[in-house]
Design a protein around this ligand. Sequence first.
Ligand SMILES: *[C@@H]1O[C@H](CO)[C@@H](O)[C@H](O)[C@H]1NC(C)=O
Ligand SMILES: *[C@@H]1O[C@H](CO)[C@@H](O)[C@H](O)[C@H]1NC(C)=O
Ligand SMILES: *[C@@H]1O[C@H](CO)[C@@H](O)[C@H](O)[C@H]1NC(C)=O
Length: 383
Amino acid sequence: MSSSYMSWRSSASNRRPTQPTNTSKNRGTIYPDLNQDPTPKPVIHFLAFALIVFLGLLQFLPASHFRHPSDPHRKWVPFNSHSSPSPTVKLTVDEDDGLIHIVSWMQCLDLKVLAVLANSTLSSSRYPDMLHFHFFTPQGDKDKVSFYKLKVLFPHSNLELHGQEKVKEIIKRASSEAEYDSLNLEEIAPFIIPSVHQSLTKFIYVSPNLILMGRIEELTGIDLSAHAAAAAEDCSNRLNSYVSSDVLDAIQRSASKPWISVTPYVKDACMPDLSLLLINGKKLEEFLEAVLWWSKVLNWSDRSDKRNPAIGLALYNRYLKLSNSWLVKEPASVDTIETSMITHYDGPKIVCSEFGNDTIPGSSHGNLWIKYLPSMSNQILGI
Ligand SMILES: *[C@@H]1O[C@H](CO)[C@@H](O)[C@H](O)[C@H]1NC(C)=O
Ligand SMILES: *[C@@H]1O[C@H](CO)[C@@H](O)[C@H](O)[C@H]1NC(C)=O
Ligand SMILES: *[C@@H]1O[C@H](CO)[C@@H](O)[C@H](O)[C@H]1NC(C)=O
């Protein structure tokens, strides 16, 4: 023990004196270098500094090119080139994720109708990879089979299925059973969805039975900050065909509610077309209350035979009017197909009923839908 200790000490004490000689030897080799260090002229200092400042200032020039995050080739696209996407479309979509959210609600699941809606929208868009579909279906995200069938057809699309319970619950809690039954869920749901899905604040709602032929991204440049919604006016459907102007005048005189128009109601005002809407979730306070109030005041739950004008009345003076080209046209003639942005789905579809949800048999279908659902795709979806 002691010998090993001694040897350690001795080796340590032996080592110690060597250190100063080493460092003094090193120092001797370093000094000549330091002495030779060039002293640059002040002009060089200044030029180097100016170069750094210049490179730094380049950062403040406006960007001239951009790359789309989902472009596999990460190609640089100039901002002001005419053949490329106009960046204003992209930048006004949604501050958060830059996607165009397209929402639809379907009472009985009909995959063909959804596939035609998705494919016509994707095929007509210049930026299909910016579209994000949210389909609200009875089974929602629990229905994996339907989800994968749609994913097989559109592997590169952003597509989600959502359940309907939470939205239905909100409406049920606010209304009586008769009122609930008098509402068309496909019409009221878009106004309730933002309170359930906080990430969906600005979106485009499309009724499922549509074929889109216009570029949906054109709708995203519209400034909706002052309005709850935007819709096209449907002048084949006027206010006085639902409610007489005497009744409206009486209501306006006697009731005071924030959603009653201050100016007299125009008795033959065109109703909004609820099949395609731009929704601003931040401006929808009291909307459901207003719709239920109008239903009640007009006794609409007693006359379930007719379409309920309550949503149109709640939107009166509160929606931005979209250009007439976004009004849904009948797929009647070839001319209207060529000029319209949007038309009704013309294929076979499943009709909800208590006795069984069946495809309408033997009705005369158009053939526009086949373009967006070729027989190969139709087979993948099955029946
Ligand atoms: C609704 O029903 C109530 C009572 O049944 C009636 O007094 C009122 O006039 C009705 N309103 C309309 C708009 O028909
Ligand atoms: C019809 O569809 C609805 C919703 O998808 C469902 O709740 C109902 O059970 C279906 N009816 C039949 C008979 O399949
Ligand atoms: C989508 O529609 C286009 C025609 O616009 C068609 O060529 C294509 O096959 C369709 N895609 C699917 C998955 O059906």
